[in-house]
Design a protein around this ligand. Structure first.
Ligand SMILES: Cc1cc2nc3c(=O)[nH]c(=O)nc-3n(C[C@H](O)[C@H](O)[C@H](O)COP(=O)(O)OP(=O)(O)OC[C@H]3O[C@@H](n4cnc5c(N)ncnc54)[C@H](O)[C@@H]3O)c2cc1C
Length: 346
């Protein structure tokens, strides 16, 4: 019997678990390792901050989902991954061996700016972030990608004065105009072209020659890989993400898969991780049955929905963009249906 180890309860593994709960995989003993028994759905996190959702409405109970899928849930955090020995070591020293493993451990925020680790609250892990977040009077956010912009408008809606620092907008031009106007309309002090260069106690934000103190600084910069992947023996890209083939198998170790932010695939977002999860579970089934694997085909026109604090949102698919309160209700319907699908899986 093959031992399959799922590491991390990200979007892709949530899809894997839901599929296994609906249609069990015989011939394998499956274990899931994740630090939290419940996973906050990132797309609803700004809505939790804005007060549109109670936290429990935005949570996927992965431990219960695992139970329904006949998957053993081990609460823990991988600290060492040894691809050659097919074994992981958790923070508490426990070792787990595997025949097949799949990594869906997400990413962390890039904390290379001096002082950012000590004086800023990182947006990931989401569970820690939401536990520690108290809506402050004056908050600064570093990083104006989709996450930073949504958080800025949600915090503004919750009553905070918000300053948003960013190097440059990562949005396509059509969307950038809409997001910039939405930020201005919401009353966010948006400072594009002004990256945070250092952080000091206070927290005091240093952006070039400018200094300003806040009650809280939130770190929401781009995705960075987990440092422990460096010692894994897996082939990584220049940034440190796991290089995979179209089948999501590691290019160096075919018995190891990677999906979501931790894989060297772009773009990185929950939407793409979900799509990879659907393929991943099929490929795990094929492998257990000694069948050929399928290839991942990214959707170049995936739907992006960005909430704007109030019940108002912006949508983009390819060249098409739109905004309005109807977009928010559309997003709300999609997000609730997504979270609800895990509670229903049986
Ligand atoms: C505020 C905000 C809003 C966002 N909104 C959207 C959105 O609307 N749509 C969208 O597509 N994307 C959105 N994103 C981006 C999205 O959150 C990430 O791209 C997505 O979470 C990546 O999913 P993933 O499946 O790779 O892993 P994640 O969903 O991040 O999950 C990673 C999992 O790995 C676990 N883990 C981490 N380290 C370890 C370890 N050492 N050992 C074991 N387990 C570990 C974690 O606990 C977690 O269970 C948003 C991000 C933010 C910050």
């Amino acid at each position: 019997m093959k031992r399959i180890l799922l590491i991390g309860a990200g979007h892709a593994h949530a899809v894997v678990l839901r599929s296994l709960a609906e249609n069990a995989l015989y011939g394998a003993r499956i274990t899931l390792v994740a630090p939290y028994p419940r996973q906050i759905y990132s797309a609803m996190l700004p809505g939790v901050i804005a007060g549109h959702y109670a936290q429990r409405e935005a949570i996927i109970d992965v431990a219960r989902l695992a139970e329904r899928a006949y998957v053993e849930f081990v609460r823990g955090s991988v600290e060492e991954f040894d691809a050659a020995r097919r074994s992981v070591t958790l923070r508490d020293g426990k070792q787990i061996g595997f025949d097949l493993a799949s990594l869906n451990v997400g990413s962390r925020v890039d904390s290379s700016v001096p002082g950012s680790t000590h004086h800023a609250l990182a947006v990931k892990p989401f569970e820690r972030f939401i536990d520690l977040l108290k809506i402050p009077d004056r908050v600064a956010i570093a990083g104006a990608g989709a996450a930073g912009a949504e958080l800025a408008m949600a915090l503004r809606y919750a009553g905070a004065a918000v300053t948003l620092y960013s190097e440059q907008s990562g949005f396509p031009p059509a969307l950038e105009k809409r997001v910039t106007s939405a930020l201005r309309r919401a009353g966010v002090d948006f400072r594009p072209g002004m990256p945070v260069t250092a952080v000091e106690n206070g927290p005091t934000v240093i952006a070039g020659s400018a200094r300003q103190s806040f009650d809280l600084l939130i770190w929401a910069t781009g995705a960075a890989p987990w440092p422990w992947l460096r010692g894994s023996g897996l082939a990584l890209d220049e940034k440190g993400f796991v290089r995979v083939k179209e089948t999501l198998r590691s290019v160096s170790h075919p018995e190891i898969f990677a999906a979501g932010d931790c894989a060297a695939l772009d773009p990185k977002s929950g939407v793409y991780s979900v799509r990879q999860g659907a393929l991943l579970v099929e490929n795990l089934r094929h492998l257990v049955r000694d069948e050929g694997l399928q290839a991942y085909q990214p959707n170049p026109r995936a739907l992006l929905l960005l909430s704007c604090g109030a019940r108002y949102a912006i949508a983009q698919r390819g060249e098409w963009t739109a905004q309005g309160s109807w977009v928010w209700y559309w997003k709300d319907w999609i997000d609730r249906r997504w979270v609800g699908s895990f509670a229903a899986a049986n």
